[in-house]
Design a protein around this ligand. Sequence first.
Ligand code: ADP
Ligand code: RBF
Ligand code: MG
Length: 274
Amino acid sequence: MALASNSSRSNIEAKIFHHAGWKESFSAIVGGDEVKAGKPSPEIFLEAAKRLNMDPSSFLVIEDSIPGVTAGKAAGMAVVAVPSLAKQSHLYTSADEVINSLLDLQLEKWGLPAFQDRIEGTLPLEPWCIGGPVIKGFGRGSKVLGIPTANLSPEGYSAILSEHPAGVYFGWAGLSGRGVYKMVMSIGWNPFFNNTEKTIEPWLLHDFNEDFYGEELHLVVVGYIRPEATFSSLEALIAKIHEDRKIAERALELPQYLKYKDDPYLESSLHQEN
Ligand code: ADP
Ligand code: RBF
Ligand code: MG
């Protein structure tokens, strides 16, 4: 495994220095100042291959930039693009595959050993929390899909959201004064509807007798299911969301996910005055 970046060698080292084990995990690190021409020239990737004493055609490049994709293809390598900006995937046409985030990287597609960390259709995450009052959404969940989603405002959460890519997640939901429920949610732009605004839409897996707009909702997100997708029909989108529900319901019974049901963050919303 090699790291090849147009940044100078010293800047690369300064950036990865504080992350224990990162430097050691690369057999070669090539900086932009160590080659004549940086990306989009293939030179930096060819230099990395040379240092690993391997044929360029046996490499898989993982890139976030368009010049990097160009460089990887020119070096004769397979390239998976992970665009760092949202909604830019259409610009990455020369990549062999464009994925939304590294959560979706499937090494087995490229002749490499698969990651072993998926369990029953889910990818466990370091749990993260998000919460706030339930806001009005597009009024579409229940009406169009028959799937109500208790939207949270993305405002004030830009830091958390920038760390977590768009996609379908699941975990536990604590609703003020009511209880703790299983939940499955989408975060993103709902490509089927092509929203311009990022939304956070948890579906609480419980039947409620009434709406709870304005009430305090706290989420502990424990795992990832899949990237957001678009579908050929509304029925196909609805079927997929019901499949997500089944995956989440089952997975949340596993001890490694079930234990977060007692997280104090969920409980804290139960004492909120509202
Ligand atoms: P909106 O577009 O305003 O979010 P929805 O059609 O998605 O409207 O409905 C969401 C609302 O429905 C929630 O804000 C909540 O008050 C209510 N609701 C009822 N049952 C549920 C549930 N099981 N999960 C999420 N929200 C629910
Ligand atoms: N919208 C999409 O456009 N693509 C999706 O893949 C998608 N997956 C979802 C998965 C779950 C579990 C939930 C609750 C919603 C998902 N939605 C998706 C969002 C859905 O379009 C949205 O909740 C409604 O449009 C209401 O705003
Ligand atoms: Mg909603």
